[in-house]
Design a protein around this ligand. Structure first.
Ligand SMILES: O=C(O)CCC(=O)C(=O)O
Length: 271
Protein backbone atom coordinates (compact mmCIF):
# COMPACT_ATOMS: atom_id res chain seq x y z
CA UNK A 1 0.00 0.00 0.00
CA UNK A 2 1.39 3.43 -0.88
CA UNK A 3 1.96 5.96 1.86
CA UNK A 4 0.93 9.63 1.66
CA UNK A 5 3.45 10.68 4.23
CA UNK A 6 3.96 14.28 5.29
CA UNK A 7 7.31 15.97 5.84
CA UNK A 8 9.03 15.32 9.16
CA UNK A 9 9.34 18.56 11.19
CA UNK A 10 12.71 20.26 11.14
CA UNK A 11 14.94 21.19 14.06
CA UNK A 12 13.33 24.61 14.65
CA UNK A 13 9.83 23.17 14.77
CA UNK A 14 10.89 20.43 17.19
CA UNK A 15 12.61 23.02 19.40
CA UNK A 16 9.47 25.21 19.36
CA UNK A 17 7.27 22.26 20.29
CA UNK A 18 9.58 21.25 23.13
CA UNK A 19 9.93 24.81 24.45
CA UNK A 20 6.41 26.20 23.90
CA UNK A 21 4.32 23.02 24.00
CA UNK A 22 2.79 24.04 20.66
CA UNK A 23 3.91 24.60 17.09
CA UNK A 24 2.19 25.18 13.76
CA UNK A 25 3.01 22.78 10.92
CA UNK A 26 2.11 24.44 7.62
CA UNK A 27 0.54 22.12 5.04
CA UNK A 28 1.53 19.04 7.03
CA UNK A 29 -1.65 17.14 6.18
CA UNK A 30 -2.74 18.97 3.01
CA UNK A 31 -3.00 15.72 0.98
CA UNK A 32 -5.50 14.43 3.54
CA UNK A 33 -7.99 17.30 3.51
CA UNK A 34 -10.48 15.81 1.03
CA UNK A 35 -10.20 12.36 2.59
CA UNK A 36 -10.83 13.64 6.12
CA UNK A 37 -13.71 15.84 4.93
CA UNK A 38 -15.32 12.73 3.42
CA UNK A 39 -14.77 10.93 6.72
CA UNK A 40 -16.44 13.74 8.63
CA UNK A 41 -19.44 13.64 6.26
CA UNK A 42 -19.71 9.90 6.88
CA UNK A 43 -19.37 10.38 10.64
CA UNK A 44 -21.92 13.17 10.91
CA UNK A 45 -24.44 11.05 8.99
CA UNK A 46 -23.91 8.23 11.50
CA UNK A 47 -22.40 9.52 14.77
CA UNK A 48 -21.07 7.15 17.42
CA UNK A 49 -22.51 6.67 20.92
CA UNK A 50 -19.69 8.96 22.12
CA UNK A 51 -21.00 11.96 20.16
CA UNK A 52 -21.42 15.00 22.39
CA UNK A 53 -22.53 18.13 20.63
CA UNK A 54 -23.40 21.50 22.06
CA UNK A 55 -26.06 23.84 20.73
CA UNK A 56 -27.11 26.54 23.16
CA UNK A 57 -30.38 28.25 22.28
CA UNK A 58 -29.90 30.62 19.36
CA UNK A 59 -26.50 29.13 18.46
CA UNK A 60 -25.35 27.08 15.50
CA UNK A 61 -24.21 23.56 16.50
CA UNK A 62 -20.78 22.51 17.75
CA UNK A 63 -20.54 18.80 16.82
CA UNK A 64 -18.03 16.58 18.57
CA UNK A 65 -17.39 12.86 18.31
CA UNK A 66 -14.39 10.71 19.13
CA UNK A 67 -12.78 7.29 18.75
CA UNK A 68 -14.04 6.53 15.27
CA UNK A 69 -10.88 5.55 13.40
CA UNK A 70 -11.67 1.82 13.52
CA UNK A 71 -15.15 2.42 12.02
CA UNK A 72 -14.69 5.29 9.54
CA UNK A 73 -12.48 4.09 6.67
CA UNK A 74 -11.13 7.57 5.86
CA UNK A 75 -9.95 8.01 9.45
CA UNK A 76 -8.36 4.56 9.52
CA UNK A 77 -6.59 5.44 6.28
CA UNK A 78 -5.22 8.60 7.91
CA UNK A 79 -4.04 6.74 11.01
CA UNK A 80 -2.34 4.02 8.99
CA UNK A 81 -0.92 5.93 6.01
CA UNK A 82 -0.43 9.62 6.82
CA UNK A 83 2.87 9.23 8.63
CA UNK A 84 1.42 11.07 11.65
CA UNK A 85 3.34 8.67 13.90
CA UNK A 86 6.68 9.73 12.43
CA UNK A 87 5.82 13.41 12.80
CA UNK A 88 4.80 12.81 16.41
CA UNK A 89 8.02 10.88 17.06
CA UNK A 90 10.12 13.77 15.77
CA UNK A 91 8.26 16.38 17.83
CA UNK A 92 8.27 14.31 21.04
CA UNK A 93 11.77 12.92 20.41
CA UNK A 94 10.22 9.52 20.96
CA UNK A 95 11.44 6.09 19.91
CA UNK A 96 7.96 4.57 19.91
CA UNK A 97 4.62 6.22 19.18
CA UNK A 98 1.12 4.88 19.73
CA UNK A 99 -2.14 6.28 18.49
CA UNK A 100 -4.35 7.34 21.42
CA UNK A 101 -7.55 8.56 19.78
CA UNK A 102 -9.21 10.70 17.13
CA UNK A 103 -11.57 13.58 17.86
CA UNK A 104 -13.75 15.50 15.41
CA UNK A 105 -14.79 19.06 16.29
CA UNK A 106 -17.08 20.88 13.85
CA UNK A 107 -18.12 24.40 14.79
CA UNK A 108 -20.71 25.59 12.31
CA UNK A 109 -20.58 29.33 11.52
CA UNK A 110 -22.57 31.10 14.20
CA UNK A 111 -21.71 28.75 17.08
CA UNK A 112 -21.67 30.72 20.32
CA UNK A 113 -19.72 27.97 22.09
CA UNK A 114 -16.34 29.13 23.33
CA UNK A 115 -13.89 26.30 24.02
CA UNK A 116 -12.67 27.40 27.47
CA UNK A 117 -8.99 27.49 28.40
CA UNK A 118 -8.02 24.02 29.60
CA UNK A 119 -5.37 21.32 29.56
CA UNK A 120 -6.30 17.92 28.15
CA UNK A 121 -3.99 16.00 30.48
CA UNK A 122 -6.22 15.89 33.60
CA UNK A 123 -9.17 14.60 31.55
CA UNK A 124 -7.41 11.85 29.64
CA UNK A 125 -7.39 8.14 30.45
CA UNK A 126 -3.71 8.13 29.48
CA UNK A 127 -0.67 9.78 30.97
CA UNK A 128 2.90 9.87 29.82
CA UNK A 129 6.02 11.96 29.48
CA UNK A 130 5.62 12.33 25.71
CA UNK A 131 2.28 13.43 24.29
CA UNK A 132 1.00 15.31 21.26
CA UNK A 133 -2.31 16.29 19.68
CA UNK A 134 -2.60 17.48 16.09
CA UNK A 135 -5.42 19.99 15.55
CA UNK A 136 -6.00 19.80 11.80
CA UNK A 137 -8.51 22.26 10.29
CA UNK A 138 -10.18 21.20 7.06
CA UNK A 139 -11.46 24.72 6.31
CA UNK A 140 -9.71 28.10 6.37
CA UNK A 141 -9.81 29.36 9.97
CA UNK A 142 -8.79 32.92 10.88
CA UNK A 143 -6.69 33.23 14.03
CA UNK A 144 -9.68 34.90 15.71
CA UNK A 145 -11.48 31.55 15.97
CA UNK A 146 -8.61 29.07 15.65
CA UNK A 147 -6.95 27.15 18.46
CA UNK A 148 -4.88 29.28 20.84
CA UNK A 149 -2.17 27.87 23.09
CA UNK A 150 -0.37 29.41 26.07
CA UNK A 151 3.34 29.04 25.32
CA UNK A 152 5.25 27.09 27.96
CA UNK A 153 2.16 26.09 29.96
CA UNK A 154 2.97 22.38 29.51
CA UNK A 155 5.91 23.04 31.84
CA UNK A 156 3.97 24.88 34.54
CA UNK A 157 4.29 21.68 36.59
CA UNK A 158 0.63 21.30 37.39
CA UNK A 159 -2.73 20.20 36.10
CA UNK A 160 -5.49 22.69 36.74
CA UNK A 161 -8.88 21.63 38.01
CA UNK A 162 -10.73 19.90 35.16
CA UNK A 163 -14.10 21.49 34.51
CA UNK A 164 -16.98 20.44 32.33
CA UNK A 165 -17.45 22.87 29.47
CA UNK A 166 -20.66 24.05 31.18
CA UNK A 167 -18.49 25.45 33.99
CA UNK A 168 -19.12 22.77 36.64
CA UNK A 169 -16.21 20.77 38.16
CA UNK A 170 -15.65 17.29 36.69
CA UNK A 171 -14.90 15.79 40.12
CA UNK A 172 -16.73 16.60 43.35
CA UNK A 173 -14.43 17.76 46.19
CA UNK A 174 -11.61 18.55 43.76
CA UNK A 175 -9.43 21.11 45.51
CA UNK A 176 -6.84 21.40 42.72
CA UNK A 177 -5.95 24.87 41.49
CA UNK A 178 -8.47 26.45 39.10
CA UNK A 179 -7.32 27.65 35.69
CA UNK A 180 -6.26 31.31 35.93
CA UNK A 181 -8.46 33.86 34.15
CA UNK A 182 -6.33 34.08 31.03
CA UNK A 183 -8.75 36.24 29.04
CA UNK A 184 -8.77 38.87 31.78
CA UNK A 185 -5.00 38.99 31.69
CA UNK A 186 -3.93 38.09 28.17
CA UNK A 187 -0.89 40.38 28.21
CA UNK A 188 0.62 38.31 31.02
CA UNK A 189 0.93 35.29 28.74
CA UNK A 190 2.53 34.48 25.42
CA UNK A 191 -0.51 33.29 23.52
CA UNK A 192 0.15 31.43 20.28
CA UNK A 193 -2.43 31.40 17.51
CA UNK A 194 -2.31 31.36 13.75
CA UNK A 195 -4.43 31.91 10.66
CA UNK A 196 -4.89 28.34 9.52
CA UNK A 197 -5.32 26.85 6.04
CA UNK A 198 -6.89 23.45 5.39
CA UNK A 199 -4.31 20.75 6.09
CA UNK A 200 -2.16 22.88 8.41
CA UNK A 201 -1.84 21.53 11.95
CA UNK A 202 -1.22 22.85 15.43
CA UNK A 203 0.74 20.23 17.34
CA UNK A 204 0.41 20.65 21.10
CA UNK A 205 1.28 18.77 24.28
CA UNK A 206 -1.52 17.26 26.43
CA UNK A 207 -0.35 19.63 29.19
CA UNK A 208 -0.57 22.80 27.10
CA UNK A 209 -3.29 25.25 28.11
CA UNK A 210 -5.45 25.89 25.04
CA UNK A 211 -8.85 27.17 23.99
CA UNK A 212 -10.77 28.51 21.00
CA UNK A 213 -13.25 31.29 20.41
CA UNK A 214 -16.82 30.96 19.22
CA UNK A 215 -17.53 31.14 15.49
CA UNK A 216 -20.09 33.91 15.70
CA UNK A 217 -19.43 36.05 12.61
CA UNK A 218 -17.45 33.30 10.83
CA UNK A 219 -18.22 32.87 7.16
CA UNK A 220 -17.50 29.17 6.86
CA UNK A 221 -17.62 25.97 8.85
CA UNK A 222 -14.72 25.08 11.10
CA UNK A 223 -14.25 21.37 10.55
CA UNK A 224 -11.34 19.97 12.57
CA UNK A 225 -9.89 16.47 12.73
CA UNK A 226 -7.71 15.97 15.77
CA UNK A 227 -5.29 13.06 16.20
CA UNK A 228 -3.81 12.37 19.63
CA UNK A 229 -0.70 10.28 20.15
CA UNK A 230 1.67 9.23 22.93
CA UNK A 231 5.33 8.26 23.10
CA UNK A 232 7.04 5.57 25.13
CA UNK A 233 6.19 5.19 28.80
CA UNK A 234 2.49 6.05 28.40
CA UNK A 235 0.19 4.35 30.89
CA UNK A 236 -3.53 4.00 31.46
CA UNK A 237 -4.99 6.55 33.89
CA UNK A 238 -8.07 5.48 35.83
CA UNK A 239 -10.13 8.64 36.40
CA UNK A 240 -12.91 6.93 38.36
CA UNK A 241 -15.00 6.33 35.28
CA UNK A 242 -14.77 9.95 34.11
CA UNK A 243 -11.67 9.66 31.94
CA UNK A 244 -11.68 10.76 28.34
CA UNK A 245 -12.23 9.08 26.02
CA UNK A 246 -14.73 6.94 27.95
CA UNK A 247 -13.54 3.61 26.55
CA UNK A 248 -15.70 1.41 28.80
CA UNK A 249 -14.53 -1.86 27.24
CA UNK A 250 -10.89 -1.43 28.32
CA UNK A 251 -9.68 -3.87 30.97
CA UNK A 252 -6.54 -1.85 31.81
CA UNK A 253 -5.82 -0.77 35.38
CA UNK A 254 -4.28 2.49 36.53
CA UNK A 255 -0.57 2.48 35.68
CA UNK A 256 -0.76 -0.38 33.15
CA UNK A 257 1.14 0.27 29.92
CA UNK A 258 -1.21 1.78 27.35
CA UNK A 259 -1.31 -1.17 24.96
CA UNK A 260 -3.94 -3.04 22.96
CA UNK A 261 -5.65 -2.82 19.62
CA UNK A 262 -7.20 0.56 20.44
CA UNK A 263 -3.70 2.04 20.67
CA UNK A 264 -1.67 0.74 17.71
CA UNK A 265 2.04 1.41 17.41
CA UNK A 266 2.47 3.83 14.50
CA UNK A 267 6.20 4.34 14.80
CA UNK A 268 9.03 2.41 16.37
CA UNK A 269 12.82 2.51 16.30
CA UNK A 270 14.53 -0.68 17.29
CA UNK A 271 17.49 -0.26 19.62
O1 LIG B 1 -11.48 22.92 18.50
C1 LIG B 1 -11.76 23.39 19.60
O2 LIG B 1 -12.62 24.25 19.76
C2 LIG B 1 -11.04 22.89 20.83
C3 LIG B 1 -10.03 21.83 20.56
C4 LIG B 1 -9.50 21.20 21.79
O3 LIG B 1 -9.75 21.60 22.91
C5 LIG B 1 -8.63 20.04 21.61
O4 LIG B 1 -8.41 19.61 20.46
O5 LIG B 1 -8.15 19.49 22.64
Amino acid sequence: MTQMVSAIPGFEQVESFQRDGAVVLRGAFAPWVEILRAGIDRLMADPSPLERSYQPEGSAPFFQDLCNWQRIPEFRDFVERSGVGGIAAALMRAREVRFFHDHVLVKEPGSSVVTPWHQDRPYYCARGPQTVSFWIPLDPVPASCALECVAGSHKWGMDHKPMRFDGTPLYADDDSTPMPDIDANRDAYRILGWDMAPGDAVAFDFGTVHGAAATVGAINRRRVFSARLVGEGATFADRNGKGSPPLAHLTLHDGDPLVGEDFPVLYSVSA
